[in-house]
Design a protein around this ligand. Structure first.
Ligand SMILES: Nc1nc2c(c(=O)[nH]1)N[C@H]1C(S)=C(S)[C@@H](COP(=O)(O)OP(=O)(O)OC[C@H]3O[C@@H](n4cnc5c(=O)[nH]c(N)nc54)[C@H](O)[C@@H]3O)O[C@H]1N2
Ligand SMILES: Nc1nc2c(c(=O)[nH]1)N[C@H]1C(S)=C(S)[C@@H](COP(=O)(O)OP(=O)(O)OC[C@H]3O[C@@H](n4cnc5c(=O)[nH]c(N)nc54)[C@H](O)[C@@H]3O)O[C@H]1N2
Ligand code: SF4
Ligand SMILES: [Mo]
Length: 738
């Protein structure tokens, strides 16, 4: 039998709609869904691989337990039995020796986003780690300080801007991040077709830079200087036009930025003063300019401060919270900033807690991953849960972290593969494949360049003996919380979560007068698991039907089910001041912690750049560490190479194809060299997520294309001191032939 199914792709932040042809229980063709309200048929090479992933023989279908050093299949009952027996001792709140690491796919999955929290609560630990501190945490922290909530993140209104300045992002390859927009290539082309201007700041001439009118190959880690100089230049030339409500505060900020001018930053950034001035003028001349920065500006020692200055420049341009500028999406379900009365703000106060060994900052409730290995080594952490993460490949000082995991007393992983990290787990709990799960992008609808809602039911049924992922997580929470790790335990956890949401719905200031508890409860009767929670959230969201007490045309899960191609909720709209939860009721542009960091930025002006600096490179057919076991993505020439500028190669008598040793103060790896002028001299680049050569894994194809783990070279010792985020770019390195 042949059917067509529609499903949002969960692999990256672009949220493309897919059309899957299913024949006798197998996906036989995958295309972009031409009718998807947001992606209109766009997809990238990864989008066609969900069927391949589903059929990957190495994908785990049954729990594994490590017995006598080897992973063997066990039943769910046995798996939870082992966890109940062996984890309990580590759950002592006095010693707080249990930890959890949450990886990137948590944010891409409905089940994990909702029930991952339950695992943390059940663990009762403050030792929460995630991929955020090798990624976007500085941006979130800056948002927390400026606007009161870390989820209040501005996104570029790419479809309406007429001048886009993009720093440290390569959306033509990554498909965008903290800016959910399927088809970046098409949207950039549309910008140019309507006569818009596009500038890219990146040490590498990426595909995105190639599409730009202006490419400024900046020295790594120095965006903070460039942004500061853009701000002072706009004011010095009288080209600024901030919202009058913020003018005075911004004056103070620009006063503090006085040491940073196009002339003073030119040498250290590697960008001529004349080019900085021209860029400021070009942005100021535009009607709807917009500045957007991403991971190249966050995984540096100045990530939080740079993120702040992005917003300062947008505010000076009059672009913050304005159409065509940097705007704040409205999520149809569950974003904390939907409640303008949020009593938690300003929740963010820096420096309240620090890690035990190195005293790194613990912000937004998370410990920096840079501290994980040393905390395990010190005996402060003796047991771990990892959820959808591969920190051995994705976090700095990878070799040391690998060894630290090996020294844990007990480890549980919720993961689809036996990989570099989960090989250390005593128990692995495998989720169903993505096609066997329903989907709704709870996180990315809050970061989207249009307001949209799109729900997809599961495409394929569960196999016998498989559990839905939410239930795996709920059972794990039940066991860790001292309940039975069976269906009844999971149901108890699920009911508790539903009750919490129902409580929030009933107390919401947005709730219509007519709403009663009975209406809420009867509306979701018969639903359990994530769909009940999602229905509750959507119906009480900004577009919700409020369970019959609000707009009868409003959103509900049922209405979303009737729209397999999604529902477009319109262009972004200004949200100040309702979205702000700050003492002043306006953005805190002059937040003392941010202003104080400028003395450290001034020091950067004095520092000499390292002779050779390592940066990261994403490749189109990859997704962090975990899609390298799909032949369709890894075939062809090797992607895990070290790129180097011809001048640097000549200087070292190195040439393309040669094996080289890349080393830093932290570690060294061997990798094949690729000489190219697509990088500025003094900078080398390598992709992360490779190094599939560890014993005890089950990744046959990935092992044939092992590559090397760049994070053996990146240091855990260097972080952004405000957010604790690891420095993954601008790492001083040395390269020699082997
Ligand atoms: N194909 C593919 N897509 C992905 C992923 C993947 O692994 N592969 N990963 C996903 C994830 S988890 C994320 S977070 C997003 C990230 O999405 P993006 O933020 O777009 O990330 P990158 O593609 O790594 O682009 C970062 C750019 O910053 C540049 N850069 C490095 N250092 C500096 C610096 O100091 N200053 C400036 N200005 N630029 C610098 C790099 O050369 C690179 O081109 O991508 C997502 N999409
Ligand atoms: N040097 C350097 N390092 C980097 C980066 C960089 O630019 N440079 N980028 C950083 C960034 S942005 C990120 S986000 C991190 C990523 O860091 P991680 O999240 O730790 O790494 P991933 O490779 O995304 O690993 C995802 C894991 O989840 C599993 N998985 C996939 N889908 C599911 C699912 O639906 N359910 C469950 N339970 N498991 C699933 C996979 O098998 C894999 O083990 O890497 C970071 N590391
Ligand atoms: S761009 Fe992202 S969401 Fe779209 S098909 Fe590719 S991986 Fe999937
Ligand atoms: Mo990421």
């Amino acid at each position: 039998m042949e059917t067509l199914a529609y499903r949002t792709c969960p692999l990256c932040e672009a949220t493309c709609g897919l059309e899957l042809q299913v024949t006798d229980g197998r996906v036989t063709r995958t295309r972009g869904d031409a009718e998807d309200v947001f992606s209109a048929g766009f997809l990238c090479p990864k989008g066609t691989t969900l069927g391949h992933f589903h059929e990957d023989p190495d994908r785990l279908r049954q729990p594994l337990a490590k017995i006598d050093g080897r992973h063997v299949p066990v039943s769910w009952e046995e798996a939870y039995g082992i966890i109940a027996e062996r984890f309990t001792a580590h759950r002592d709140p006095d010693t707080d020796a249990a930890a959890i690491y949450l990886g990137n796919p948590v944010v891409h999955g409905l089940d994990l986003l909702l029930y991952g929290r339950a695992i943390i609560t059940a663990l009762g630990t403050r030792n929460v780690y995630s991929a955020s501190t090798v990624d976007q945490r500085p941006r979130e922290l800056a948002s927390g300080l400026l606007y009161g909530l870390s989820v209040t993140i501005p996104v570029p209104d790419i479809d309406r801007t007429d001048a886009l300045l993009l720093l440290g992002a390569n959306p033509m390859v990554s498909n965008g991040s903290l800016a959910t927009a399927p088809d970046w290539p098409g949207r950039i082309e549309a910008l140019k077709e309507r006569g818009g201007f596009f500038a890219v700041v990146d040490p590498a001439r990426t595909r995105t830079a190639e599409a730009a009118d202006v490419h400024l190959p900046i020295r790594p880690t120095t965006d903070v200087l460039l942004l500061a100089a853009l701000a002072t230049e706009l004011v010095a030339t009288g080209q600024h036009r901030p919202d009058p409500a913020d003018a005075e505060v911004l004056d103070r900020v620009v006063g503090a930025l006085a040491p940073f001018t196009p002339d003073t930053v030119a040498e250290r950034t590697g960008i001529a003063a004349s080019e900085i001035r021209a860029l400021a003028q070009r942005l100021a001349e535009a009607e709807r300019p917009c500045v957007y920065a991403r991971i190249g500006t966050t995984v540096t020692p100045f990530g939080t401060t740079a993120s702040w200055l992005v917003d300062v420049v947008n505010a000076l341009l009059g672009s913050l919270d304005q159409p065509g500028g940097a705007m704040f999406p409205t999520s149809p379900a569950g974003s904390r900033n939907n409640r303008s009365d949020d009593p938690t703000g300003p929740a963010v106060r820096l420096g309240r807690r620090r890690t035990a060994v190195s005293g790194l900052p613990v912000e937004l409730g998370e410990h920096p991953v840079s501290a994980l290995a040393e905390e395990i080594e010190a005996g402060n952490i003796t047991a771990m849960v990892t959820v959808a993460g591969n920190p051995v490949l994705s976090c700095p000082d990878g070799e040391r972290l690998d060894e630290a995991f090996g020294a844990l007393d007990f480890m549980v992983s919720l993961d689809c593969y036996l990989n570099e990290t989960t090989r250390h787990a005593d128990v692995i709990l495998p989720p169903p494949s993505h096609l066997q799960k329903p989907h709704f992008d709870l996180a990315f609808t809050g970061l989207s360049v249009r307001n949209v809602a799109n729900y997809s039911p599961a495409v394929l049924p569960l196999d016998d003996d498989q559990l839905p992922e939410w239930q795996i997580a709920a059972r794990l929470s039940a066991v860790l919380g001292g309940l039975a790790g069976d269906a009844a335990g999971a149901a108890a956890v699920d009911d508790l979560m539903a009750e919490q949401i129902i409580g929030g719905v009933l107390s919401s200031p947005q709730a219509p007068e007519a709403l009663t508890e009975a209406m809420v409860r009867s509306s979701v009767e018969g639903r359990t698991g994530p769909l009940r929670l999602l229905d509750l959230m959507v119906r009480s969201g900004p577009w919700g039907d409020w369970f019959g007490a609000g707009d009868p045309e409003g959103l509900s899960l049922e209405r979303l089910e009737d729209h397999p191609h999604g529902i477009d909720l319109g262009a972004l709209e200004p949200r100040f001041p309702a979205i702000l939860s700050t003492p002043s009721g306006r953005p805190e542009f002059d937040h003392p912690d941010l202003v104080a960091d400028l003395s450290r930025v001034a020091q950067l002006l004095e520092d000499r750049p390292p002779e050779l600096e390592l940066i990261n490179r994403r490749t189109l057919r990859s997704n962090n560490s975990w899609m390298h076991n799909l032949r369709i993505l890894v075939k062809g020439k090797p992607r895990c190479t070290l790129r180097m500028h011809p001048e640097d190669a000549a200087h070292r008598s190195l040439e393309t194809g040669q094996r080289v040793r890349l080393s830093s103060a932290t570690g060294s790896v061997e990798v094949a060299l690729e000489v190219t002028d697509a990088l500025r001299p003094g900078v080398v680049s390598m992709p992360h997520g490779w190094g599939h050569d560890r014993p005890g894994t089950q990744l046959q194809i990935a092992a044939e294309h092992a590559g090397a783990n760049v994070n053996i070279v990146t240091p855990s010792a260097s972080v952004d001191p405000l957010s604790g985020t690891s420095q993954l770019t601008g790492v001083p390195v040395d390269v020699v032939g082997v």
